[in-house]
Design a protein. Structure first.
Length: 385
């Protein structure tokens, strides 16, 4: 797994959890050793203590201490000897105890509801729930988030490791939602609000960033180069490049929905006019094709794809990306819109490696934000990414 998950979160007391320090303390070293072992187990088959020592470069004594510590924390378990006949005493294998903890994940990107799930450490969705929005914004929308999170924590079948949330809007590395116009949020410290209410570590990230992380961690993406475009109430992108999630200094990297594309004067939720998001958000696309014949539907979705392609092409060219992923309603995106966007991107870029740019649907479909939120918690709490 490529190391791209955020290692920053908020605990219930408001203290920031970070992976950096001006001074390396013994506790930091122990955390690093635990993370190295967990990363090895997470990305490969069960391993012996000797396997882990070779893979991590740690001594066998250190590995033995780390394995004992992780077993006491109920994070890994012994699963028996390695299969096959060997001379001497067979090695005992250990693996992550995937069912010992749950992660509570929320997806706030949908048009009319907040969706949530209880997820295993392996990314498996165990329980689902949702809550209708009914147009709520601001504090009322925040209250809905807390209500859904409490319902999911109560439904968990194991101790909850943490809460992960994917939300529309501009979100900084610490999870502060600077601006989410569709939810009426400005500078909402969602990690602190939720963790204070539920007394659990809480990680919040932009929904498109979260879905991009899921595509790399659990899907078919490659963290070396990927742009995931999410189209729902808003339009945004998560960009992975050289194994890192691009955020930008203000957390605004990937905000392609607010690139001006026309002079028609169509009002956007951000207060400006003629943003890409104003033209190709899901509710508008649905209204344009509702009760229309096949020819009109094809024309409208093709135009939307061309507009998207015009915005994505220079990003793909500048960063050298060949994998562009669409995430959202399949019935809107996987057809004329996707085909037109791919054609427009390839027409407006130069392929120095003679490799065309491919636009595809996200492998995880509807689950991208939920499983991506789980990946953020794994990164923050266990050093897994």
């Amino acid at each position: 797994m490529t190391s791209i998950a955020s290692s920053t979160g908020r605990r219930a007391n408001g203290a920031r959890v970070t992976g950096g320090s001006s001074k390396i303390l013994p506790v930091n070293v122990r955390q690093l050793h635990r993370s190295l072992v967990l990363q090895e187990l997470y990305k490969q088959d069960p391993a012996s203590r000797a396997d882990l020592a070779r893979a991590t470069g740690l001594t066998r004594v250190t590995i033995s201490d780390v394995v004992t510590d992780l077993m006491e924390r109920d994070l890994i378990e012994e699963i028996g000897p390695r299969p096959g006949v060997r001379v001497g005493k067979p090695a005992t294998l250990v693996d992550i105890k995937y069912d010992a903890h749950n992660i509570v994940c929320l997806d706030l990107s949908n048009e009319n509801e907040f969706r949530g799930a209880v997820v295993s450490l392996g990314g498996e969705i165990l329980t689902r729930d949702s809550i209708q929005l009914d147009g709520e914004k601001g504090d009322k929308a925040t209250a809905r988030v807390i209500t859904l999170a409490k319902k999911l924590v109560a439904a968990a079948s194991a101790p909850v490791l943490g809460i992960g949330i994917g939300t529309p809007g501009i979100v900084n590395a610490e999870g502060l939602v600077h601006n989410a116009p569709n939810l009426g949020w400005t500078d909402v410290d969602l990690p602190v609000i939720v963790s204070t209410e539920l007394d659990l570590p809480t990680y919040v990230a932009n929904d498109a960033d979260t879905a991009a992380l899921a595509e790399n961690t659990f899907g078919e993406g490659d963290g070396s180069g990927l742009i995931l475009v999410q189209i729902s109430r808003g339009v945004g992108a998560g960009i992975l490049c050289d194994g890192r999630l691009l955020r930008g200094p203000d957390g605004t990297a990937g905000e392609i929905g607010h690139v001006k594309i026309s002079g028609d004067g169509l009002l956007c939720s951000c207060g400006r006019t003629d943003c890409l998001e104003a033209y190709i958000n899901s509710p508008r696309l649905r209204s344009l094709i509702k009760d229309q014949d096949e020819e009109t539907t094809h024309r409208e979705l093709t135009l939307a794809g061309q507009r998207l392609g015009d915005v994505v092409a220079p990003i793909a060219q500048a960063l050298g990306l060949h994998d562009i992923v669409l995430f959202g309603a399949m019935e809107l995106l996987d057809g004329p819109l996707r085909v037109a966007a791919e054609e427009r991107v390839n027409a407006n870029t130069s392929h120095f490696s003679n490799k065309p740019i491919v636009l595809r649907m996200a492998a995880l479909d509807r689950e991208g934000v939920l499983t991506g939120a789980a990946a953020h918690v794994l990164g923050g709490e266990l050093g897994l990414s």
